[in-house]
Ligand binder design. Structure first.
Ligand code: SAM
Length: 291
């Protein structure tokens, strides 16, 4: 069965008396080259467990099953799960769980299924409206993951991989850079899906640090400083941070923060969008010291 074949997809949906569901962001990949690129780019290997999110009819799942030791696929739509029963026949190393990824107990799923795998990697082609919450959740929850490979809208991909000082650099770029090393592994045109979405996509892989490169004294404060810096992009770092955190941290006023920023080697008018995560950590640590 060729799962990138449009008539095959329509027949499978027809057998279950279902159709592409917009509410679940069901745009299926019909470009075999892209599927192979994502699977190869995800790092799937024979000693690796793959947690797939949103398998749909299984176009990536079958390739992941061949490349990896084990695949666990979380799919929200019972109609897709019924189809997967047919398309994954004979793929004994795949387990499909009918569940909303945002409600799933991922630590338990990983512990239960991947204890004999040397690596655990996530591979996901999800509705665009939940990609950012899922990336955030996966990174923040500090699951034992080696990488997260995810299809996102092109503009979101540009933000995820952006370097300090670029137009696309924002709080999400710094957030991702804190947890791992992101890079684009594929550009995917809208025509690679059925139905075709209105936007082009990119696939981003984030290799998660085993040990973080940046170790702020207070992680919560570090992220507060990052968020403050980007909440008001046009403001200087000093003004943005004082207006967001001045009321919460006694002694943190404009004069004090300017003095600190200058002693760290920055211009007093530096903007947050030029700071990388190492520099944000320096600023956050200096603020921590006056707390
Ligand atoms: N991976 C398939 C492909 O590349 O053709 C399908 C991708 S389609 C963009 C997204 C899939 O994610 C759909 O099958 C949809 O039902 C599923 N999905 C949507 N929301 C989900 C959620 N919260 N948890 C798990 N799966 C979800």
């Amino acid at each position: 069965m060729k799962l990138t074949d449009i008539s095959t997809i329509r027949a499978l949906l027809g057998e279950e008396q279902t159709d592409f569901k917009k509410k679940f962001g069901q745009n299926f990949l019909v470009n075999e080259g892209v599927v192979k690129k994502i699977v190869a780019g995800s790092g799937a290997s024979k000693d690796c467990g793959i947690l797939e999110i949103g398998p749909g009819i299984g176009v990536m799942t079958v390739e992941l099953a061949d490349a990896a030791k084990k695949v666990v696929s979380l799919e929200i739509d019972p109609d897709m799960v019924a189809i997967l029963g047919k398309t994954l026949e004979g793929k004994d190393n795949v387990r499909v769980i009918c569940q909303d990824v945002l409600k799933a107990d991922l630590p338990a799923i990983i512990a239960e299924n991947f204890s004999d795998c040397a690596e655990v990697r996530v591979c996901a082609n999800l509705p665009y409206y939940i990609t950012t919450p899922i990336i955030t959740m996966l990174l923040e929850s500090e699951l034992p993951l080696d990488s997260v490979t995810v299809m996102v809208q092109k503009e979101v991909a540009d933000r995820l991989v952006a370097k300090a000082g670029s137009d696309e650099y924002g709080a999400i770029s710094a957030f991702v850079a804190y947890y791992g090393k992101p890079y684009k592994i594929a550009s995917v045109s809208a025509g690679s899906f059925i139905p075709a979405p209105k936007v082009d996509s990119s696939v981003v892989r984030i290799d998660i640090f085993k040990e973080k490169e940046v170790k702020p004294l207070d992680e919560k404060l570090f992220f507060e400083v990052v968020r403050a810096a980007f909440m008001q992009r046009r403001k200087t770092l000093v003004n943005a941070v004082v207006s967001a955190l001045g009321g919460k941290i006694s002694g943190l006023d404009k004069e004090k923060l300017t003095e600190m920023i200058v002693s760290l080697g920055f211009s007093p008018t530096v903007r947050g969008e030029t700071l990388d995560v190492f520099q944000f950590a320096k600023v956050a640590d200096a603020i921590y010291d006056i707390k």
